[in-house]
Design a protein around this ligand. Structure first.
Ligand SMILES: [Fe+2]
Ligand SMILES: [Fe+2]
Length: 382
């Protein structure tokens, strides 16, 4: 009886590494069926992956790009996506065992994934019903993954870095690890924040748009250390200045919609009306971009003044707005360097640099910025 191969993953998005593994499995095992099983949502990854139907379409595009488009044995299964929850591999194995009684089952994976097999749920059940089929990826040699018996696929496979690919996509890049067909579909459908970037481009000057991209670039690099999900960091950073280039009257009207008492609305408009763009930005993000996430909205709202008690995402955006590569101010480079060593200290330094700049200009300083400084000093003393 010919074997059946199960290939689970988030495929968010599917890349050349996925296709290389699938092609090798087809060559080596000549299976009766190879199922791609996109997960509903993988823990510890992004909050909001592209929905199943979207990822299935991207998979078909990647298969076409890899020259596997016409292969009848390849199927895309909605088993995990349909359950609308995190599905463990043993459950998927049980499902395909029922579907193909008697056929040898194999779970296809990269060797980096195999290294974590010991932490999977019910490994005994999985090994009783299925074999592990692994392609070797650079840096993950066989001896490091010993502990579970597995069949190795011939060949070496490109390192899969979905996080890096998504970061590039969020910034409007065209990652080389993706097939042309996949990129085309991502662009056409405005996936991976493409829709948001297109709308933002219409609202901002060229210079401001470039600044937003620079801010997002740094936010994506620092997001893991900040404990902020990749997609949220990119979204908040891209949109933080979305109201900056609106005409003053409109900006102020939107500001008044969102500003809380602690923002001192009347005083802010009198003394430093430019600061209104931050709260107005949160209003635009909610109304025009459909952002509902309170953390993203808070990050936009507080990016300019800061405030005591900001959440991790808001702190990240505040920092990246000041310290990104596009800033020429010498303080920006120093804060950026510090951020890769100690994010908390860099955040405090960002607040310091902004306050010094404001004081040296001799102008009015927003009480929220001063309150932020005091709250950070108190924490340090404590
Ligand atoms: Fe701003
Ligand atoms: Fe900014």
């Amino acid at each position: 009886m010919r074997p059946v191969v199960i290939y689970g993953g988030s495929f968010d998005p599917p890349h050349r590494g996925h296709m290389a593994l699938a092609a090798a499995a087809l060559r080596q095992l000549r299976p009766a069926a190879l199922y791609f099983v996109p997960g509903f949502r993988t823990p510890f990854k992004d909050l909001r992956p592209v929905p199943f139907a979207g990822r299935a379409a991207l998979l078909r595009a990647a298969l076409a790009g890899a020259g596997l488009g016409g292969r009848k044995e390849i199927k895309i299964s909605s088993f995990e996506a349909d359950l609308k929850r995190v599905v463990y591999t043993w459950e998927t194995v049980a499902h395909f065992r029922r579907l193909h009684p008697g056929a040898p089952l194999f779970i296809l994976m990269g060797s980096d994934c195999l290294a974590g097999f010991g932490n999977w749920r019910r490994p005994g059940f999985i090994l009783k019903h299925a074999g592990l089929l692994a392609g070797l990826r650079p840096g993950f040699a066989i001896h490091r993954t010993a502990g579970a018996p597995f069949t190795a696929l011939a060949g070496r496979f490109p390192r899969a870095d979905s996080t890096g690919i998504r970061a590039e996509l969020f910034l409007g890049g065209r990652p080389a690890q993706l097939h042309r067909e996949v990129l085309k579909r991502i662009e056409k459908k405005g996936l991976y924040l493409g829709r948001e970037r297109a709308l933002l481009k219409k609202l901002l000057s060229k210079k401001r748009y470039a600044h937003s991209l620079h801010t997002a670039e740094l936010a994506l690099r620092l997001a893991p250390a900040a404990g902020a999900p990749q997609q949220k960091a990119a979204l908040a950073a891209l949109l933080h200045d979305c109201a900056r280039d609106l005409p003053r009257a409109g900006r102020e009207r939107l500001f008044l919609k969102r500003a809380t008492r602690s923002a001192l609305p009347a005083l802010t408009l009198k003394e430093a009306p430019v600061l209104a763009h931050a709260w107005a930005g949160a209003a635009v993000a909610a109304e025009k971009f459909g952002v509902r996430d309170p953390e993203v909205l808070q990050a936009i709202e507080l990016h300019s003044t800061g405030a005591p008690g900001m959440g991790p995402l808001a702190r990240l955006i505040y920092l990246c707005d000041l310290a990104n590569e596009g800033r020429e101010h010498p303080g920006a480079g120093l804060v950026r360097k510090l951020a890769f060593k100690d994010l908390g200290e860099a955040f405090r330094a960002a607040n310091y640099v902004k306050l010094v700049h404001a004081f040296s200009g001799g102008g009015w300083v927003h009480p929220l910025s001063v309150a932020l400084w005091n709250s950070l000093r108190e924490k340090k003393k404590g």
